[in-house]
Design a binder for this molecule. Structure first.
Ligand code: AMP
Ligand code: ZN
Ligand code: FE
Ligand code: FE
Length: 296
């Protein structure tokens, strides 16, 4: 697919007030969409995007809170994909929330996430007193279920101390309890986001080592329609940021920086990384599936 990104510019990390990667209880954040937007306003943000995993369920409440607080709102999704067994996240800005292919793909992933979580819980239940009801008790109805919900349930049961311990222990990839969930490939996810009028931006591309950043793998994602890369993110190390910057330059990609806020579920703080206004302008110029809210 042709890359149609207008005007190249650079990012200005850690100085701005545009944070385009935030999670709510619609997926695995700990604050409601309204609370997330209010927290962002209190933290001095001028524009935020809600990017819950594989769902648009938080958009309406977040948009209303944005109007109330005077914050600009970009509707977004963090789309799950998988390459060679490794999870790859693709942010989708301004996609059409009714697009049949995108909706169907996200529904499949959400469905399999529940099935996978139930298998993880059943395996843990063989060693500990732990059931699916424990997970339901800590999850918002309809939320995109992930390991964070299982972690919260383990904490509530007193089996572990906090989410982060779960991710380095019982729920890590290396754990005997770990089960993956089904997802499209990054190329499929990117193409579907473009079909839905969205702007696909590779999320924290360096967070799982450099496999994703191999020239042929990256070029295929650009061919599929990738329009941007999240560079300033706490999980991207110096080397992956250098590689991502070089690709952004070579392919004239949009460059973002974001917090990946999950409320109290992760240490990430709103505004710890931010996106330059010029880059937000490119996202808004490319996104045709839905409209920004309250953007001056
Ligand atoms: P899953 O999608 O079920 O494989 O779980 C991975 C998700 O858990 C990622 O999106 C992480 O952002 C999220 N997560 C939330 N809290 C934590 C945490 N404390 N440590 C690591 N990952 C976390
Ligand atoms: Zn998450
Ligand atoms: Fe992610
Ligand atoms: Fe995220």
């Amino acid at each position: 697919m042709q890359n149609t990104v207008p005007t190249q510019a650079t990012t200005s990390p850690n100085t701005g007030c545009i944070d385009l990667h935030l999670h709510s209880t619609a997926s695995d954040g700990t604050q409601s969409p309204v609370e997330v937007v209010r927290s962002a306003a209190a933290a001095g943000m001028k524009v935020v995007a809600l990017t819950d995993h594989d769902t648009t369920a938080g958009w309406d409440a977040a948009a209303a809170a944005a109007m109330d607080t005077g914050v600009g709102f970009i509707p977004g999704i963090e789309v799950s994909s998988k390459l060679g067994g490794a999870s790859v996240h693709v942010l989708a800005y301004l996609p059409d929330p009714t697009h049949p292919a995108l909706m169907a793909s996200m529904e499949r992933v959400r469905f399999d996430r529940v099935h996978r979580a139930q298998r993880i819980v059943a395996a843990i239940g063989e060693d500990y007193e732990f059931t699916w009801d424990d997970v339901v008790a800590v999850s918002q109805p309809g939320a995109t279920i992930g390991r964070p919900h299982i972690a919260d349930a383990l904490v509530a049961r007193g089996i572990i101390a906090n989410r982060s311990d779960a991710f380095t222990g019982m729920l890590s990839h290396h754990s005997k309890y770990y089960v993956p969930h089904e997802s499209p490939t990054p190329d499929e996810a990117i193409a579907t986001i473009r079909e839905a009028g969205g702007v696909p931006v590779l999320a924290h591309g360096g967070s799982r080592g450099q496999a994703l950043l191999a020239p042929d793998v990256f070029a295929r994602m650009v061919d599929a329609g990738l329009l941007g890369v999240e560079i300033e993110h706490r999980e991207n190390d110096d080397e992956s940021r250098r590689i991502l910057r070089a690709y952004a330059n070579d392919y004239d990609l949009i460059v973002t920086g974001s917090s990946d806020y999950h409320g109290t579920g992760k240490p990430n703080q709103i505004g710890e990384n931010t996106t330059a206004p010029s880059q937000l302008a490119r996202i808004v110029a490319c996104g045709t599936g839905s409209a920004p809210v309250n953007l001056n």
